[in-house]
Design a protein around this ligand. Structure first.
Ligand code: NAP
Length: 247
């Protein structure tokens, strides 16, 4: 019989693996929350709810109604608002909030990174007349589309809602990506510069290794600040932290 209820703020591979780990543990009731942005999401085991809560207040109501004993924030490193709402709602109800966040990528020997604060700054940093592989997702494409002097190859999981201009080629693909896939992509598309968020993780890291191999510069969008609080960097550590909190 499952005991205390854990709410996982999901939408990442780590969140899915955490749900799997906690459901199979058998001691907890596990609810995963997804934003509902992807039309065919890879659902985690356990209970799943979809869509926004209606801000921090809505989340607070949900935590109270479902008697959530612990919030596990396993959202993407760039989902800053959801994490902020999670921390705020938990603080006001004295519910423990733990974050699971994959480590950042770091610049190494042979890399040529320009680190910028956001998508606008990344678009502004692109050299005119070049071909950029843009891997920021469809939500943040607008500033790049405004750069009509750059050839864009915009890679994303689902097509953008609005049509894109002629200087942008949309490439639909779903991670993980292999080294060979990235090597072929960079060569076939004639990529001069790569744009990426510092998402971290192995599933999309090959593009950085190929950029290094082919001496392609990288415009790296830095992570937004997330709330203070305990953070685990892998699923097993997170599961141990949860167990310690709920024992
Ligand atoms: P966000 O800007 O932090 O959140 C915007 C709003 O979306 C939140 O205020 C919340 O609405 C709703 N939301 C976000 N995550 C949710 C969740 N797990 N469950 C229920 N509602 C959620 O986040 P985002 O950038 O839109 O990201 C949305 C989802 O995609 C997240 O689950 C994130 O982990 C995943 N994701 C994001 C990125 C990225 O680069 N941003 C990349 C890959 C995956 P209410 O205020 O109405 O509650």
């Amino acid at each position: 019989m499952a005991g205390e209820t854990i709410l996982i703020l999901g939408g990442t591979g780590e969140a899915r693996r955490l749900a799997d780990r906690l459901v199979h543990d058998g001691r907890y009731r596990v609810i995963s929350s997804l934003a509902g942005r992807t039309s065919d999401p890879d659902l985690p085991p356990g209970e799943v709810r979809m869509g926004g809560f209606g801000g921090a207040e809505g989340l607070k109501r949900f935590l109270a109604e479902e008697r959530i004993a612990l919030l596990a924030d396993a959202t993407h490193p760039f989902a800053a608002q959801m994490s902020r709402h999670g921390a705020e709602a938990c603080e006001s109800l004295a519910v423990p909030c733990l974050r699971l966040e994959r480590p950042e990528w770091r610049e190494g020997p042979g890399d040529d990174w320009t680190v910028v604060a956001d998508a606008e700054a990344a678009a502004a940093a692109l050299p005119a007349g070049k071909t950029a592989l843009v891997t920021v997702g469809r939500q943040e494409l607008a500033p790049f589309l405004a750069r009509a002097d750059v050839s864009l190859v915009a890679r994303m999981i689902e097509a953008p809602e609005a049509p894109v201009p002629d200087h942008c080629e949309v490439m639909l693909a779903r991670p993980p990506y292999t080294m060979e896939y990235e090597r072929v992509t960079f060569r076939q598309k004639g990529v001069d510069v790569l744009v990426t968020k510092n998402s971290g993780g192995a599933a999309t890291q090959a593009k950085l290794l190929i950029a290094r191999e082919l001496s392609v510069p990288v415009v790296m969008i830095a992570r937004p600040a997330k709330p203070e609080g305990p953070v685990a960097h892998d699923v097993e550590t997170m599961a141990a932290m949860i167990e310690a909190k709920l024992s």
